[in-house]
Design a protein around this ligand. Structure first.
Ligand SMILES: [Zn+2]
Length: 112
């Protein structure tokens, strides 16, 4: 060990322990990084969940047939979660079905 507290391997066994300590510190750093990212995602979700993307005010879920539609009563915006549009009767209209099929193609072959 040097006077600055940095270990310098002098033998294979010392080198093994230095590498093992470095790997342990690397794993801890990665875990801290993941936890920070997860905490930030949770913070953003808590901040924006069920808030209108247009005006930012709180939305309410309203039952419309089999679907729970998210409605903003402040700006009259109506929002659907993934898959809910297909559950509504509106999809049976040929024009809407064609549009949805086009989007399905796009999601199956995303632009790279
Ligand atoms: Zn709104």
């Amino acid at each position: 060990m040097t006077d600055r507290g940095i270990t310098t391997p002098s033998q294979p066994e010392d080198e093994y322990f230095v590498k093992e300590d470095a790997e342990k510190l690397r794993r801890i750093a990665l875990q801290v990084k993941r936890e920070t990212a997860a905490a930030e995602l949770k913070r953003l979700r808590d901040l924006h969940y069920m808030h209108c993307p247009k005006c930012g005010l709180r939305m309410n879920e309203v039952k419309y047939g089999p679907v729970g539609v998210d409605v903003c009563f402040a700006c009259n915006g109506i929002y659907l979660d993934q898959g809910e549009l297909e559950q509504l009767q509106i999809v049976r209209h040929p024009v809407m079905a064609a549009i949805l099929n086009w989007f399905k193609e796009e999601t199956q072959h995303p632009v790279k």
